[in-house]
Write a protein that binds this ligand. Structure first.
Ligand code: RI2
Length: 321
């Protein structure tokens, strides 16, 4: 698929979910590199930088996207010929996709250990990796039940209940505003993440912080499933994660909105759950308390903060490479 096609699909959320976006971006860079007709290393580098820019401009919140782009673009760094540069991109992209898939499998294995036989779990939105933990627990023979939210306005809850249903897991589908009404029936909240900051705050689908707040109030544990490439190195510098605000028409049809001139529809796609509301973050390297997020950034994403200033040119900052 050509890069602009993938970028459009990510923007329209035809490809969605932080992990899937990252893998799709890596694959698009690989395909872009393979189909490039650039004659010189310099023109190839420029072409790829433009492609990376197009992908980075699609959605601002999920850090998995810039992390994946950085890791793949690092393949160009030492190349002195177009062939070497192409091979560098292809190798890095394939490595990213494979390691991302393995990460999901490992998190499922680690995360399911924290789900007990007889647990009732609440999940919000549609997280591939959170669901992998839940499905793994079920496959291990644990009897579990799930409360899944609707997730207005894009209704990702429908994808979640299909997965749970197909896995044969007893599931309750609730509107987002029913979370607090059911939280006392729940033993564990399991959600995914679009970004994890250095201080352990979790950026995830809008409403996650309300779910976590209700859980804390009801003394229910909150577990976040997140691959290491969802941790945000630049938050070390105090940079904030940009929260995407999507079109109001996702919430209220334009025909209705235009009859209400005094009403502005606000549609933030994500919110921030503070570290204090999170008990555990399960990564493919193991489970950590959120306060230890800096260790993941230090050990697996590298400390070479200076290089993060140039996301496409100085691509060597991630993965310590
Ligand atoms: P996985 C999604 O964002 C949700 O917020 C979900 O929790 C998160 O990405 C992580 O998803 P969106 O693309 O990578 O639906 O675990 O806006 O699949």
């Amino acid at each position: 698929m050509i890069v602009s096609e993938t970028a459009d699909k990510i923007k329209r959320m035809e490809i969605r979910g932080a992990g899937r976006i990252a893998r799709a971006a890596a694959e698009a860079l690989r395909d872009g590199a393979l189909s490039s007709r650039a004659a010189t290393t310099e023109s190839f580098r420029m072409e790829m930088t433009q492609a990376a820019d197009t992908l980075l401009a699609t959605r601002p919140t999920a850090v998995s996207l810039p992390n994946a782009v950085h890791m793949v673009m690092a393949g160009i760094k030492k190349a002195s010929t177009v062939e070497e540069a192409k091979a560098g991109i292809v190798t890095r992209a394939d490595e990213f996709v494979t390691s991302s898939q393995h990460a999901v499998e490992r998190i499922a294995a680690f995360g399911s250990r924290h789900i007990r036989d007889g647990d009732t779990i609440m999940t919000h939105c549609n997280s591939e990796v959170a669901l992998a933990c839940i499905v793994a627990a079920h496959r291990e023979g644990k009897e579990i039940e799930v409360f899944a939210t609707e997730v207005r306005p894009r209704n990702q809850g429908l994808i979640t209940i299909k997965t749970l249903n197909d896995a044969g897991i007893k599931t309750n589908f609730i509107v987002d505003s029913a979370v607090r009404s059911f939280i006392h029936d729940v033993d564990l909240v399991v959600v995914g993440a679009d970004a994890v900051t250095v201080n352990g705050a979790v950026v995830n689908k809008i409403g996650t912080s309300q779910v976590a707040h209700a859980a804390v109030e009801a003394r229910v544990n909150v577990m976040v499933a997140a691959e290491t490439y969802k941790f945000a190195p630049r938050t070390i510098l105090g940079e904030l994660i940009k929260i995407e605000e999507r079109a109001g028409s996702e919430v209220l049809p334009d025909e209705i909105a235009k009859t209400l001139p005094n009403v502005t529809v606000r549609n933030p796609a994500f919110d921030v759950t503070p570290a204090e509301y999170v008990d555990l973050i399960v990564t493919e390297k193991g489970a950590i308390p959120p306060q230890m997020a800096y260790v993941i950034i230090r050990d697996y994403l590298g400390w070479e903060i200076g290089e993060f200033g140039d996301p496409l040119g100085g691509t060597g900052g991630l993965n310590g490479s």
